[in-house]
Design a protein around this ligand. Sequence first.
Ligand SMILES: *Cc1c(COP(=O)(O)O)cnc(C)c1O
Length: 394
Amino acid sequence: MTESKIIYSLRKENLNNYSKTYVPSRLLLGPGPSNAHPEVLKALSLNPIGHLDDAYLELMSDVQELLRYAWQCNNRVSLPMSGTGSAAMEASIANFIEEEETILIAKKGYFGDRLVDMASRYKANVVVIEKEWGEAFSLDEIKFEIEKNKPSIFAIVHAETSTGVLQPLDGIGEICRKNNCLFLVDAVTSLGAVKLLVDDWKIDLAYSCSQKGLSCPPGLSPFTMNNRAEEKLNKRKSKVPNWYLDLSLLNKYWGSDRVYHHTAPVNMNYAIREGLRLIANEGLENIWERHLRNSEKLCNGLIELGLELHVSEEFRLPTLTTVKIPPGVDGDLFRNHLLNEYGIEIGNGLGSLSGKIWRIGLMGYNSTDKNVDRLLNLFDTELKKFSIFRSAAF
Ligand SMILES: *Cc1c(COP(=O)(O)O)cnc(C)c1O
């Protein structure tokens, strides 16, 4: 027998220095993740069962059906992919783009950039149209660019979490159909929180995540595609250049065959079933209304405190509010104060908005009247302490 040699010793020297896993209590009012619903956490803590167990297969069917409700679509293929939102985002590119095909990406924030990066890795001919971070595209602009560029896919982010803009989508689907192009929507910060009608708006492909509107931990990314998208997938000349995200293989597990592809993250699927069940229980229209009401209350409260919002009223996103950091305030110091003293997380600005705005999320379980009151109170009493102009309002 060869002698075993332990070559790595733990940094904390003594095993007793590793206490049981502990995390501080936080209220997550940033761009995500959001807090998980207590019932979701209960479901998550159940024992794993086999991913081909009949009981699990039934749970999968529930998840698919509940997802169709959340998406408001009849799509056969509606499933949660393993991985965070970016997994289904990458699947939407990897499966539907063949080399040299044109994808038109309407970019108005950080997540548009991610789509551009992914599409170029799959060797698409990427055409980008751009807007300032904080603005939305008009239907006419989109129509003009689709007719001019004749893409095989048009992609746009519905809820731009980096800027707080809600992009109107109604009407784009018709233009895509007339121009023989697939309509791809990033619904990561809108599914289960903001009005989204996949069939009615003629969206061919959409993806989301578990940790924002669905009140679950991060780890799954809901995806849906209709017959038009399936047709394009079936006509591919080349193999999907990504094994893990290959929808034709995944479909064999999530479709009627139920053939093993990769081990499902079983517990995360318990969690999403519960998150989706809670959504169906409350009813989508009530949920959309709740998110709208709480974000309006937050916006009005911030304005009353003398703060300025980054996005014009027409395009404000109910799940994420962007507010300008007042002159003379160090945004990071204030954020850290909220986190360290009150256990509340809010987000900073990304890219060119870094240091200029804070991002406040009210998503899923966290979109409550009480959370809005709590945060507005803290903005009222604490922000003064961080202004270099102490006597002035801000
Ligand atoms: C959060 C987010 C993503 C990425 O999702 P991950 O879960 O972080 O991988 C993509 N698009 C938008 C609009 C997002 O807000």
